[in-house]
Design a protein around this ligand. Sequence first.
Ligand SMILES: Cc1cc2nc3c(=O)[nH]c(=O)nc-3n(C[C@H](O)[C@H](O)[C@H](O)COP(=O)(O)OP(=O)(O)OC[C@H]3O[C@@H](n4cnc5c(N)ncnc54)[C@H](O)[C@@H]3O)c2cc1C
Length: 222
Amino acid sequence: MHIELSEEQLMIQEAVRDFAREAVLPIADECDKNSRFPSELMGMLGELGAMGVSVPEKWGGHGLDHVTYVLIIEELSAACASVGVTASVNNSLVCDPLSHFGTDEQKKRFLIPLAKGEQIGCFALSEPGTGSDAANQQATCVREGDDWILNGTKNFITNGPIADVIIVFAMNDRSLGTRGICAFVLPMNTPGVSCGAKEHKLGIKGSPCSSVIFDEVRVGED
Ligand SMILES: Cc1cc2nc3c(=O)[nH]c(=O)nc-3n(C[C@H](O)[C@H](O)[C@H](O)COP(=O)(O)OP(=O)(O)OC[C@H]3O[C@@H](n4cnc5c(N)ncnc54)[C@H](O)[C@@H]3O)c2cc1C
């Protein structure tokens, strides 16, 4: 398939390429060697518009199309795959679901700072015994009054150790299969949420990854 890029897409591609060469490439090797997350770049990525590319402007993003999003991630990843992964998780696994399915209250509270790069998000579906087969997950959510109580362990969570916000999935009614799964968005500093040790990865080591544990975590309806 041949995709002809628009003038705007070419301009954004060039701007991100310049940024990546100047700010990302010089630290990529050091971050990978030392398994260091380049936190100093996050604010700049936000200003560049790389953290909430497709999020509507009203919610802190740039309302751009998905081809532009891919161009941005390509340019960042060419300089440092870890930075590309961090941005892509924030964009596609956290901002996009919030943008499409979040309430206005959730968008105000979580999406705006995530799309601006002021906060970082992570997405927790996989578990130690369940990857592709999400319906077999063991994490549970149980209704208690107006709240939900979450318990379980999520595995290999990219951005887990450095995230401010998490989208987590848990089973409410196993008899309904995938339709029995609920999704929650909550701050990582919610009581009962903790991270396991940072994984020792073979590559893309500047992108931190860990398990995230939920121990009697109480989440309000909103
Ligand atoms: C570096 C890294 C970062 C990650 N980040 C995240 C994250 O941020 N959030 C998150 O939730 N998860 C994350 N994951 C987990 C990732 O999504 C899972 O590893 C993935 O879903 C596969 O699950 P699994 O490892 O349990 O493998 P399995 O599901 O056990 O699959 C093993 C193999 O069997 C194949 N297979 C599975 N089911 C079938 C089937 N029905 N038919 C044919 N073949 C099948 C698969 O293709 C695969 O080759 C990350 C993983 C890694 C390695």
